[in-house]
Every structure is written in structure tokens, then in C-alpha cells.
Design a binder for this molecule. Structure first.
Ligand SMILES: *Cc1c(COP(=O)(O)O)cnc(C)c1O
Length: 820
């Protein structure tokens, strides 16, 4: 089957829209919807999609990036502002994209497997990819692209070189599946399971199941586990293949036995034959996902013995892109699990977002070539690298070396991973952000190990997707035009500095705020260009602040005078300052009565400009103080009105912190200041928002000991078990931020999903847990804080607030940032 090449004219016809084409024969290879992530602009078609940020606002940016083909709503863009463009007009631009995907998918007659379900979709997809690759050239959804937008983008990758597609589909409410079904038209369907995720959008589990099954309306075969499908539900599809852990399915797993801690042996019956399968995983979810893959393989005619052999060699799937500190002042982005064009593109976009070092580098292995023309493939790779501003490439593998001439940047090539490893010291790899991207067979985890800074093992993991999700939750609460300031003081509430600021800059928030000048300087030095406010600027830092364009919070007359006196006398543009008024917090700020004197002072100089005026609420999260909060808001309103009148120009007014954003929507004024909510902690007791947990603090067991009744544990002999038992010593203490107040059973941690209490006093670098009755060993992972053990829970245990828990995690705890 040949590859179809689309012209803009073809696409206009396919999606049946009005158009104004200046170059109808322009060729489209890539579909774009995010102006920050344009590749191959010349051949891109930009869809201005609706959403939290209307895509039409970014047409100009896409145009500047070189895009000339657009799908837009006719009224939303003034096309005379742009020269030499092709315009396709659609009332519903997402629908147009979906129509294009529908058409494209119809060009291919090879099987399409669609996977839906509450959990495990991505794992099942990735495992099937591993299991079926020996026979098939597979195209699959990148990462977890499974939404109304992700599915069409996944389908667009189908081409004549493949002979099997595996597509994920996720929905969160009733009515979404029909559109996905029309696009995917799967020939084979997999329902992984039905859990409780996203229950909000559905009236019942039954409704959810029925909705998901709509994906398989016209499929030939459906693979599922009957325990997830209510017997009253009619499963579509011509042929069913069922599996189950237990009796009552075609593939029945009758027994499972754990073997030496790291694998399971499963016994199963299929067509009256017994099979034994060794599985290199021990958690329940993995086993289910794996049996699901097994069932699919049987359903499409694989021989049982072939499956048994392949499953043994199955590798775990990590969908994460991890950002870590490297040796020689490098930052490392570790993505050594798969290597294909679409995942490379996603990783390069993440690399491009990083501003902390001026040099960007890629260590890349050969890509798997499935019948593709190598030169064509590496020409694409080379143009992608150039588009993403890469400075240096280290290539590993013979194919890359053969195509070396295509790469116009600083390059080195090695035939094998071992050769690269021995040469690392000579390569002068420093002060760079490095993306490590290799196919499994190249064993790039060894390169990652060699380049990453190995430190204390207690790790704080920061989920950047969750952070972005929370940001969007708060954005969706803002009234049209309200600006957003994000508080990144105290290392972004303990979660990081430039790593978080980079993401916020990428997401186009309006302002960042830090507590002290040095925090702001550190952000500037790592490439943050957003306006930054410093809340407690010391007089001795004013000159540096001016040098680094940091904007001071001004809270008193003396501070105002001191700052003005530090501004250079030669004419420069008026310097932005932020005036704080005290409306009841009684911490810092001008008094409401100061307004006239303040006006007089401000008007006497043209060296400064009042960029914003703000106040801070003392108790916006607590209902019993709501009258007080309202009074603060009223005082603020009066003060700022007087000031505006007196100054004769407008400034930004802001008073709302996290809990006021949701609880006092009338107090949004021109801007809000988001703090703790971004980090996944709801600041008030009502927890009404769907926030996601951002941070996970984990540590490990250093030693396990058996203790007799009456023995004491730790300093001061405060710890004692009630009978004979087992304790585990873990690598976290009060110097890591695990407060001494957690000692003697007050604090609890999770091991293998079980809550275990501390025993004895918390030490500086360690503490002990009572693990009596649990099978644990050295090196076992211990969860200190995370989704299951929230900062709120920890705070409650020791009578403090989650803010203190988060900001206490000390800097020696390694931070790892990841995107899924
Ligand atoms: C820290 C801080 C905030 C953010 O408070 P949250 O409760 O975390 O949202 C807002 N404004 C000022 C002045 C702050 O110091």
C-alpha cells in the first residue's frame, strides 16, 4: 500500500469546509495544534482548537514559527493580517481534525487494535508492541495519546509501511466514545478493566462500561474479562474472547504462585490444555495486564508456546521522562526506554522547554527501522533536531554513523554503547541539558547511570503533568482576562526552582513571585524571562535586583525611598514596583490611611511606575472568618480606587491567594496569586477541586532487625515493641525534613501498600519503623508522602499545616521531575 500524500486542497475537500487557498498544492505532513511545538513548519497544518486557551490566540505565533496552513473558525481570525497563507474554515475545528483522521484511517486495510478501559491501557499497548513486534510492523499511539485530540494525532501516523495499528482510547464522560469509534473503526477490541477512575462523568459503573464498549460497535473480535462487564450488558462484536483470574472464561488462570520475590508462575487452562507461564512481575495490576495481552495473542491465533516464551522476556514499561541532576553541572532527561519518531519528538519538546543551560545535547541510538528507507528516516530526524535548537548530538549505532553527514551540528558517533561509555571522560560533556534516548537493545540506562549525579537515595518525585493539571484547574476558575501570578517562593513550596519556573513560563503564566532576591537571581540565571516579584527585598540587594530586572514589593515609605535612591540617575524606563497594603493581615504593608502621603511620594518621581497594588488575606480558607475576609476585600477595593484616581493610570490589582480563588471569585480583580493549590494541596477544608497529587517522597530500607519484647529502639530508649517483632531502619531523618515530631508512632509510612508506624525517636538521618509481620528486605521502597499519604495527613499528625511539611523537605533530598 502506498503512502498517501495530502495537499491542502485534498484536506479541504476531505473535511468539506470553506477555504481560501493561495497555494492549493502545498503538501501537509504534520498536524500541529500547539504553537510552542511546531516541527517542519513548512509542511504543517495548524488546527486552532478550542480549549482552555483558544487556539486562535496562537495563530500569530504559529505564523511566526513559519506555518502557512491553518484550520480556523472563520470569524476568529483576521486573515488579511497574514501573507501567503492557506486558510481552511470550519465552525468546529476539532471536528475537522477528527474527520481528517477518519479519512486517513480508511486508507488502510490492516488490522487496528483499539484498547480502552479504566487502567492499564498504555501498559497493555506497550506490552503488545513488545510481544507482537517480531511479526508485525506496528504503529501505536505515542505515550498515552488517547483523547479526542490524542486519537486523531495517533491515527495520522498510520502509513503503508505498517501492517498493524494499536490505538488507545480514553473517555471521561458520556457521549465521547462515538466520535472516537468513528475515527478508529477497530477490527479488534480490548477492554482492560473497569475501575473507579473518572467516575464523575458517569452516573454508574454500568453506564461507564456501556459507553466504553461503544468503541467496539463494528469490531470483529473483543477481548475482555467478564468480571468487569455486568451480565445485563450486551457486549458488541462478532467474536468474544474472555479471560479471567479464576473460573468462567475461555482463558482461565487457575493458580498463581510467587517465586523468589521477583516473578510469578501462573497456571492456566485454555481449550482443555494446561499451560504454565512465568511472569517477571509480582504486582496484581501487572498480572492482569499481562493475562489481557496473553488473551489477545491467543485470540489472534498465536500458539501458546510462543506466548509462554515471549512473556518471560517482557520488560517493564516506564512512560516517564525524568529530569535529574547530572555530573559536571548537566541536567539529564532520561528516556531510555523506547526510540521512535513520535516519542523522540515529545522528548525533544521537553528538552526545548529547559532553559537552565545554554547548550542542549542529545545522546541517541539507532532507531528501529521497519522496512523504511534509512536515509529518509534520518533526514527526518536531522530536520527535527535542527528545529528544536539542538547544539550537539552523540549518536550510537551503525545506522546513525552511516548517516552522519545529515546532521549539521556538533556530532560524535560510536558504534556501540560500550564505546561511548569508555569515551565519556574525553567528551567534555558539561553545562548542558542532555536528552538520553535509546532503544531498549542499546542499554542506555548505563549511560544515564554514568552521567547522573548519584546522591542520598531519599527522593522527592515531582509529577509535572499533575502540576500542569492543577494549574489548569485554577485557570479554569478565572474570569476572562484575569492574570495569573504563581508563587514559587521557598523552592516552589519545596518542589524545585527552575524546573517548576520553566514549566510555568512554558504555560505562559503572567508573573512569578519569590521571597528573596537570591531566589529570583537564580531563576534569571537559569533562563527565566517572566516578570519576577520579590516579596522581601533587602536594601542591600536592590542593586542586584535592578541588574537582574527583579521587581520589588514595596511595603513602607523607608523602603520606597531606599529603592528610588538606588535607581540610576541617567534616564531609564520607569522601573516597575508592587505596592502592598495591609488590610488586616498585619504583617507587611502600607496602612489604608497612608494613601495620600503615598500618592504624594509616588508622584514626585518618574523613575518608578506602580505595576500592581496588592494585599494578602489572612484567613481566606476558613468560613468562620469570611466576614473578616470580605472586609479586607472591601478595604482593598477602596484603597486601590483612591490610588488609581490619584495616580491617573491603571495598575494590576490582586488580593486572592489559592483558597480565595475558589472561595471568593468576586475578589479576583485583575490578577490572582496561586500558591499551594498548584502543588496539589487544597488550602481550605472543603477540597472541592479535582487537584492531583504532585509530590511523592520515597526512601528505602537500609537494614531489617528482629527485636525481642522489652528491647528498646533508638536514642533515649524511647522506642519499644509490644512483643517480639521486626523493625526496619530507613534512610530519612529530621535533617531531611522528617520532623522529630513524627517519632514514636506518630508518623506512618507505606511499605508494600501497608501502613507502618515509626518506633522510637526520629534520628538526624534515619528512623525506624515497626514492620512486624510484613515480609520486607533491605532496599525495599518506602513511601513517606504521596497520593496515598498526603501532605495534609502528615500535617495533621503533628499539628501543623501542609505548607510546613512541603517546605521542610531539605535540599539534600534528591529531586526527580517527570512527565508521563
Ligand atoms: C505565599 C503567598 C501567597 C500564596 O498563598 P497560598 O495560600 O499558598 O495560595 C499569596 N500571596 C502572598 C503575599 C504570599 O506570601
Amino acid at each position: 500500500m502506498s503512502n498517501k500524500i495530502y495537499t491542502v486542497q485534498d484536506i479541504a475537500t476531505i473535511v468539506a469546509v470553506a477555504s481560501e487557498l493561495i497555494d492549493p498544492s502545498a503538501i501537509v505532513y504534520t498536524l500541529a495544534y500547539d504553537s510552542r511545538k511546531i516541527t517542519d513548519a513548512k509542511h504543517a497544518l495548524f488546527f486552532a482548537l478550542p480549549g482552555r486557551r483558544d487556539g486562535h490566540q496562537y495563530v500569530q505565533e504559529a505564523y511566526r514559527a513559519g506555518v502557512r496552513n491553518f484550520v480556523v473558525r472563520p470569524e476568529a481570525v483576521n486573515i488579511t493580517d497574514y501573507l501567503n497563507c492557506n486558510w481552511l474554515f470550519a465552525q468546529d475545528t476539532l471536528h475537522a481534525l477528527q474527520q481528517l483522521a477518519t479519512y486517513h484511517r480508511k486508507q488502510f486495510a490492516y488490522p487496528v487494535i483499539a484498547i480502552t478501559g479504566s487502567n492499564g491501557k498504555t501498559i497493555v499497548k506497550e506490552w503488545l508492541y513488545q510481544l507482537l513486534s517480531p511479526e508485525y510492523h506496528i504503529v501505536r499511539s505515542p505515550k498515552s495519546y488517547n483523547s479526542q485530540l490524542g486519537v486523531p494525532l495517533s491515527l495520522w501516523q498510520m502509513d503503508g509501511q505498517h501492517n498493524l495499528a494499536i490505538i488507545e482510547a480514553g473517555i471521561s464522560k458520556v457521549g465521547e466514545m462515538e466520535a472516537i469509534e468513528r475515527m478508529v473503526k477497530p477490527t479488534i477490541g480490548i477492554l482492560t478493566n473497569i475501575g473507579h477512575a473518572h467516575d464523575d462523568g458517569f452516573a454508574s459503573t454500568k453506564e461507564k462500561t456501556i459507553e466504553k464498549l461503544k468503541l467496539f460497535k463494528d469490531a470483529d473480535k473483543i477481548v475482555y474479562n467478564p468480571i468487569y462487564v455486568d451480565s445485563a450488558i450486551e457486549v458488541p462484536g462478532r467474536h468474544h474472547f474472555t479471560w479471567r483470574i479464576g473460573k468462567g472464561a475461555q482463558l482461565e488462570v487457575t493458580a498463581s504462585l510467587k517465586e523468589n520475590g521477583s516473578q510469578y508462575v501462573l497456571e492456566a487452562t485454555y481449550l482443555q490444555q494446561s499451560y504454565v507461564l512465568t511472569v517477571p512481575f509480582v504486582d496484581k495490576a501487572s498480572i492482569e495486564n499481562l493475562v489481557c495481552c496473553w488473551a489477545l495473542m491467543l485470540a489472534i491465533g498465536y500458539e501458546a508456546m510462543v506466548i509462554v516464551d515471549r512473556v518471560k522476556r517482557l520488560l517493564p514499561v516506564s512512560m516517564r521522562l525524568e529530569l535529574k541532576k547530572g555530573i559536571n553541572n548537566n541536567s539529564i532527561i532520561d528516556d531510555s526506554y523506547s526510540n521512535d519518531l513520535s516519542s523522540l519528538l515529545i522528548a525533544l519538546d521537553f528538552l526545548k522547554q529547559q532553559q537552565q543551560h545554554s547548550r542542549k545535547m542529545l545522546i541517541l541510538s539507532d532507531l528501529p527501522t521497519v522496512g523504511q528507507n534509512q536515509t529518509a528516516l534520518y533526514t527526518k530526524v536531522a530536520s527535527m533536531l535542527e528545529g528544536k535548537g539542538l547544539d550537539r548530538l552523540i549518536g550510537v549505532g551503525k545506522h546513525l554513523r552511516q548517516n552522519a553527514a545529515l546532521f549539521r551540528m556538533d556530532t560524535q558517533f560510536f558504534d556501540t554503547t560500550e564505546q561511548l561509555l569508555t569515551n565519556i571522560p574525553k567528551l567534555e560533556i558539561r553545562d548542558s541539558t542532555i536528552l538520553i534516548k535509546g532503544s531498549r537493545v542499546f542499554g542506555f540506562e548505563n549511560i544515564s547511570k554514568a552521567l547522573t549525579l548519584q546522591t542520598h537515595e531519599t527522593t522527592l518525585e515531582i509529577n509535572l503533568n499533575a502540576l500542569e493539571h492543577n494549574l489548569n484547574v485554577y485557570k479554569s476558575l478565572l474570569q476572562q482576562g484575569t492574570k495569573l501570578m504563581v508563587m514559587v517562593k521557598a523552592f516552589s513550596y519545596g518542589s524545585g526552582s527552575f524546573e517548576i519556573a520553566n514549566l510555568l513560563q512554558f504555560n505562559k503564566v503572567d508573573y512569578l513571585t519569590v521571597a528573596y532576591a537570591d531566589e529570583g537571581i537564580a531563576l534569571r540565571k537559569s533562563g527565566i524571562t517572566l516578570p519576577i516579584v520579590v516579596m522581601s527585598p533587602g536594601e542591600d540587594t536592590f542593586e542586584q535586583m535592578i541588574e537582574y530586572r527583579l521587581e520589588p514589593e514595596i511595603y513602607s515609605f523607608s523602603e520606597l525611598e531606599a529603592f528610588i535612591s538606588k535607581l540610576p540617575s541617567e534616564k531609564m524606563e520607569a522601573y516597575p514596583i508592587h505596592i502592598k497594603v495591609d488590610t488586616g493581615m498585619h504583617r507587611l504593608g502600607f496602612e489604608p490611611d497612608d494613601v495620600d502621603r503615598l500618592l504624594a511620594k509616588l508622584k514626585r518621581t518618574d523613575k518608578i511606575v506602580v505595576k500592581s497594588v496588592f494585599s494578602h488575606l489572612a484567613a481566606s480558607g476558613i468560613r468562620e472568618h469570611d466576614n473578616f475576609t470580605s472586609e479586607q476585600i472591601r478595604l482593598f477595593d477602596v484603597f486601590t480606587q483612591d490610588l488609581t484616581r490619584g495616580l491617573g493610570y491603571h495598575f494590576i490589582r490582586h488580593i486572592a491567594n489559592t483558597s480565595a480563588i475558589s472561595r471568593f471569585p468576586q475578589a479576583q480583580f485583575d490578577m490572582v496569586r496561586l500558591g499551594i493549590g498548584l502543588y496539589g494541596v487544597s488550602a481550605d477544608e472543603y477540597r472541592s477541586l479535582p487537584l492531583q497529587s504532585v509530590t511523592r517522597l520515597r526512601t528505602g530500607i537500609t537494614q531489617v532487625k528482629y527485636i525481642k519484647a522489652g528491647d528498646t529502639v533508638g536514642y533515649n530508649r524511647n522506642g519499644r515493641l509490644s512483643g517480639d517483632g521486626t523493625i526496619a531502619t530507613v534512610k530519612i531523618g529530621y535533617a531531611d525534613g522528617y520532623s522529630r515530631r513524627f517519632g514514636n508512632g506518630v508518623g506512618k509510612m507505606l511499605i508494600k501498600g501497608m501502613l507502618v508506624p515509626t518506633v522510637g525517636d526520629i534520628c538526624m538521618d534515619m528512623c525506624m519503623l515497626d514492620v512486624t509481620g510484613i515480609d520486607v528486605r533491605e532496599g525495599e521502597e518506602v513511601l513517606v508522602m504521596g497520593e496515598e499519604l498526603s501532605p495534609e495527613t502528615l500535617a495533621k499528625a503533628i499539628g501543623t499545616i501542609p505548607y510546613e511539611i512541603l517546605t521542610s523537605i531539605s535540599q539534600r533530598v534528591r529531586r526527580v521531575y517527570y512527565f508521563e
